[in-house]
Design a protein around this ligand. Sequence first.
Ligand SMILES: [Zn+2]
Length: 114
Amino acid sequence: MSRTRWVYMLHYDKPIGDTGRPGMWAQHYVGSFWTPQRIEHHRAGTSDVSIVTAFHAQGIAFTLVLLRPGGKQLERRIKQNGHFKNYCPVCTRAPWQGLWVNDTPRRKPPKGEQ
Ligand SMILES: [Zn+2]
């Protein structure tokens, strides 16, 4: 099989949730796809991902900011590593590379931090 799965991160123009409470808001979404049509489903609000649908319902647009070949396992590791904002080139002037470039995370997230 020659098809490649891709892991991606979306950055949204505005956060949703309660930005005053850690862990209760979000401005990024990490997922993976076989075909980029998945991104169009996110844009149209038809991807059945609840947080993506919530952004869509509030009319908040996204930018595809990170993309690399990888499967579900990499996607899971990226999600567990967290710190999406630190990897996001829109949010951070010198974004971390970590799993988006290498196969080892930059560091383990401190306890209690997302
Ligand atoms: Zn961002």
